[in-house]
Write a protein that binds this ligand. Structure first.
Ligand SMILES: [Cu+2]
Length: 226
């Protein structure tokens, strides 16, 4: 936060300036940002949609590129969706006692981890922004979505369709939603100025073409694959 003191407006003794300054710095600062609420066309909260906030003023600092993991547990990807910054490495540990064959044919990242158990030898690097759909060659119902974003401010909507941005500096922003079920994969929720201390509520209803969550594994015994 920038604290500006204009010397010309201070008519008091200069000995008071340090006191005034500490008083200004101690004032609570309300956190500017966005409170997003997403619903599907049935009016239910839309979970696992990626909310992506970009600054329109200047290049932000490059986001950190942590190493994260997506497990395979009970023949499902856990978690089934994540947002990660460009450059992140993802490990895909197989926690099941059967083999999986994880792959993606998505434009933002094509890769394949042929049949394996346990921990793959190396992580998968995601150097390009976009939506990456992951699947298993053996278990058709296993689907996951990795939203690779090129901004430090991003996250997934919760079960109720809500996401709160971290505290942002005043400025101009574009807020986008990315979801594999949107016709173009993404849409703009909002574009404009955010004032210092302003919390902007963004409510939106989205037309999702496919189910918002990956299909679940069928009950044991229903399928031949193990
Ligand atoms: Cu599998």
């Amino acid at each position: 936060m920038a604290v500006k003191l204009h010397a010309g407006t201070l008519s008091c003794s200069t000995t008071l300036v340090p006191l005034l300054l500490s008083a200004v710095l101690a004032m609570p600062v309300s956190a500017a940002g966005f409170d997003v609420h997403l619903m599907d066309s049935a009016g239910d909260g839309l979970a696992n949609a990626a909310v992506v906030v970009r600054t329109l003023d200047a290049e932000p600092d490059r986001p950190d590129s942590p190493r994260v993991r997506i497990d395979q547990i009970d023949r499902a990807f856990v978690p089934a969706a994540i947002t990660i910054p460009v450059g992140t490495e993802v490990m895909f540990p197989n926690k099941d006692d059967i083999r999986h064959h994880v792959y993606s044919f998505s434009e933002a990242k094509t890769f394949e981890l042929p049949l394996y158990t346990g921990m793959p030898a190396r992580p998968v690097h995601f150097p390009q922004a976009g939506i990456v759909t992951i699947a298993c060659n053996i278990h058709d119902w296993m689907l996951g979505h990795i939203y690779v974003v090129d901004t430090p401010w991003h996250g997934l909507s919760d079960e109720g369709g809500r996401w709160e941005s971290p505290s942002l500096p005043a400025g101009r922003y574009r807020v986008e939603v990315w979801h594999h079920g949107l016709s173009d994969g993404r849409m703009t929720l909002h574009e404009g100025e955010l004032a210092a201390g302003e919390r902007l509520k963004l409510d939106s209803t989205l037309e999702i073409q496919s189910g918002p969550s990956p299909r679940r594994a069928p009950r044991p015994g229903r399928r031949g694959y193990r």
